[in-house]
Unconditional design. Structure first.
Length: 278
């Protein structure tokens, strides 16, 4: 095992929670990307629940082709293989269910922080007014497919745990568990909680859709009631619909945004009532 000492307990904690994920647990000193590990192993027949954790990634990736950079040993970087066959349409729900599970695991490690899910796949810490959001975790769900059907799903998760200093360009936008918690974070506990949560929530949305998780998700929605903007337009976020789309009120009408980057906008109350096009 190549883990820093704090991760050595992870396998026992996972077993104690009775999770079907994290078995087997592969802990690597370095890899290109834990999602690559999981996808490669999926092709070779690795079982449901197999999990890869890395102390460092040389080609960690995020959504929309972005790089995911983290200093060695400061984060939790892991990917979980779900054996599942079904339609691609459920994939946005997997990211949301994973976001919710990760948010709850982060909240357990930092109970006084305001941990929220930011559609479509970020976990953030909100300030007291809910107007400033700092990213604490991101999710990258990828699939192996045949035609329009999914054979296996890889859920990749990066959680900032021990980072105290972020690069200048991220300093205002990112935070970590150690910066928001009132105790020293324990990566093995967070990993075990995260896997137990993913094991509970991801199969539910795959089998039944977002319905059973909807109330919990709504309580953690970082964007609800806020003025948000995409590249093309802006409006008031009004929750997440059954297909996992962001409902946005714009010029008195509701529309559903299905993908893309969304940002909070600080605005006057008049702008907040209106919404509109950019
Ligand atoms: C995002 O916020 O855009 C998603 C970031 C996902 C990062 C994690 S780190 C572990 C796994 N391996 C990767 O290369 N990416 C995911």
């Amino acid at each position: 095992m190549n883990a820093l000492p704090d991760l050595v307990r992870a396998a026992d904690l996972i077993a104690a929670r009775g999770s079907r994920l994290g078995r087997p647990l592969h802990i690597l000193a370095e890899t290109t990307s834990t999602n690559d590990e999981a996808k490669r192993a999926a092709r070779l027949g690795a079982p449901h629940g197999s999990t890869w954790v890395a102390e460092s990634q040389t080609a960690g990736r995020g959504r929309q082709g972005r790089r995911w950079i983290s200093a060695r040993g400061e984060s939790l970087l892991f990917s979980v293989l779900f054996r599942h066959s079904g339609p691609l349409a459920r994939m946005p729900l997997v990211s949301l269910a994973a976001g919710l599970a990760i948010a709850e695991a982060v909240e357990r490690a930092s109970p006084t922080a305001s941990v929220r899910v930011k559609w479509p796949n970020d976990v953030v810490i909100a300030d007291a007014q809910g107007l400033q959001l700092a990213k604490i975790a991101g999710i990258l769900a990828e699939t192996s497919t045949t035609g329009s059907s999914v054979d296996a799903i890889v859920v990749g998760v990066g959680i900032n745990v021990l980072t105290r200093c972020f690069p200048d360009e991220l300093a205002e936008l990112a935070t970590s568990v150690t910066l928001v918690a009132d105790r020293v974070p324990d990566r093995a506990e967070i990993l075990a909680d995260a896997l137990a949560g993913l094991d509970r929530d991801v199969p539910v949305v795959l089998a039944k859709g977002l319905g059973p998780l909807h109330d919990r998700l709504a309580r953690k929605d970082a964007l609800a009631g806020r003025l948000v903007r995409s590249d093309a337009s802006y409006g008031i976020a009004r929750g997440i619909d059954a297909e996992g789309r962001l409902v946005v009120e714009r010029e008195g009408r509701r529309e559903a945004w299905s993908s893309g980057e969304v940002h909070l906008v600080s605005s006057s109350p008049a702008e907040r009532r209106e919404g509109g096009s950019l």
